[in-house]
Design a protein around this ligand. Structure first.
Ligand code: F3S
Length: 387
């Protein structure tokens, strides 16, 4: 693997032991995956931020590190809202551990934005090289923006943040971004919301595994693409997908998909996932809500008192920039929390039955929250939370 002189000096320990170790990790990763060089990155998004997932050993490892990020870097959602954890019902013990994890990342120069939607905080452009780790963020960056990132593990993304580079392999190379399978949707999608697109992603992810799908027959909006990609990354391992005539690389490259396996998806494949089960709580914002999604929730909730716990999750910056909308949601008894989410917060484990508008949450809630999950449109979720 080719390294420049700065890299060689870093490897020799001239910038301290932490950067030396981090670069060793990146070089080792690069060798495993056949990278010929490192590529500078524009930003990093670091997973392994919830104490629920990294535990005591992860925290101890973070505390051994001593360097600062050299590119803009944010965290994945953590186990609680940093400033309203007691309001969410998080235990003091968990909160102290989580605060220690956050403090460790702050010491490493990682911005205290804990979100799976970093693209709402900082402009990310077509062709940018990134080191992001949360699967829905990776999918959105690659597919909807046309940026380039592999799905980094937490240590790989942190190493890239501290070094400013990542090994150039996988989705960083144009030759690895071509479609490998066609998902031909024959359903009438004209009235689909993010929930149906999430359900499509839930179904399609199982069909395609880790291949790059090229979807036809759909015309999703950006929030719907977000929902679709998040779910395909959850039930499959889809880090990049293309939608005919919609996503930037599909438009630019006019891919010829003749000869690829084509898998049909009918309306019933999607609608059969909308099963009704009893629920005790409703959670929206997986991935974290866009401003538009917050406005939709506020509009649907207007005038209706919340009778079942209704959680809404979004990035702190998005909440601050849309405070009037957030106030309009909270006025009726819902709670809008930053930094955390339905899957990584231990608080959600108290409910037997959680309703979501997300295909990704539908896939993860049963295991991560030990609760059955039900998917519905945002409108249905609000109805169930308020009836
Ligand atoms: Fe984001 Fe949590 Fe869903 S990290 S994609 S809100 S599971």
């Amino acid at each position: 693997m080719q390294l420049d002189r700065d890299d060689e000096r870093m490897l020799a320990g001239e910038q301290g032991e932490t950067r030396q170790k981090m670069l060793e990790l990146l070089v080792a990763l690069g060798k495993v995956f056949g990278a010929e060089r490192l590529v500078p990155i524009k930003s990093a998004q670091v997973s392994g931020a919830s104490y629920k997932t990294i535990g005591e050993y992860g925290l101890q490892w973070l505390n051994t590190l001593d360097a600062k990020a050299v590119v803009p870097a944010v965290l994945n959602p953590i186990g609680m809202p940093r400033d309203r954890w007691d309001e969410m019902g998080v235990s003091v013990d968990f909160a102290q551990k989580q605060q220690a994890v956050v403090a460790a990342y702050e010491r490493l120069g990682i911005a205290l934005e804990c979100t799976c939607t970093p693209y709402y905080l900082r402009k990310t452009s077509f062709g940018d090289h990134l080191a992001w780790s949360e699967s829905s963020a990776v999918s959105y960056a690659n597919s909807v923006i046309g940026a380039r990132t592999n799905r980094e593990g937490g240590p790989g993304a942190l190493a890239a943040a501290l070094v400013g580079k990542t090994p150039c392999y996988g989705f960083h190379l144009a030759k690895n971004r071509r479609p490998q399978v066609v998902i031909a949707v024959t359903a009438d999608t004209s009235r689909w919301t993010i929930a149906e697109y999430g359900a499509l992603g839930y179904h399609a992810g199982k069909l395609v595994g880790n291949r790059i799908p090229y979807l036809t027959g759909i015309r999703p909006e950006p929030d719907q693409l977000k929902a679709l990609g998040a779910a395909m990354a959850a039930t499959g391992a889809v880090a990049l997908y293309h939608v005919e005539g919609i996503t930037p690389e599909a438009q630019k490259n006019h891919y010829d998909v003749t000869g690829l396996e084509a898998i049909p998806v009918e309306g019933n494949d999607v609608t059969k996932l909308f099963r009704e089960i009893d629920v005790e709580a409703v959670a929206l914002g997986c991935p974290h809500c866009s401003p538009e999604e917050l406005r939709t929730i506020a509009r649907l909730l207007d005038g209706k008192l919340v009778r079942k716990p209704l959680y809404v999750f979004a990035a702190q910056s998005v909440i601050e920039a849309n405070q009037d909308t957030v106030n309009a949601i909270e006025k009726w008894g819902a709670r809008v929390f930053a930094d955390t989410c339905v899957v990584v917060s231990p608080v959600m484990e108290q409910y037997a039955g959680i309703m979501v508008n997300s295909g990704k949450a539908l896939a993860y809630v049963p295991d991560m929250c030990a609760s059955p999950a039900r998917i519905g449109t945002t409108e249905e979720c609000i109805r169930v939370a308020t009836e």
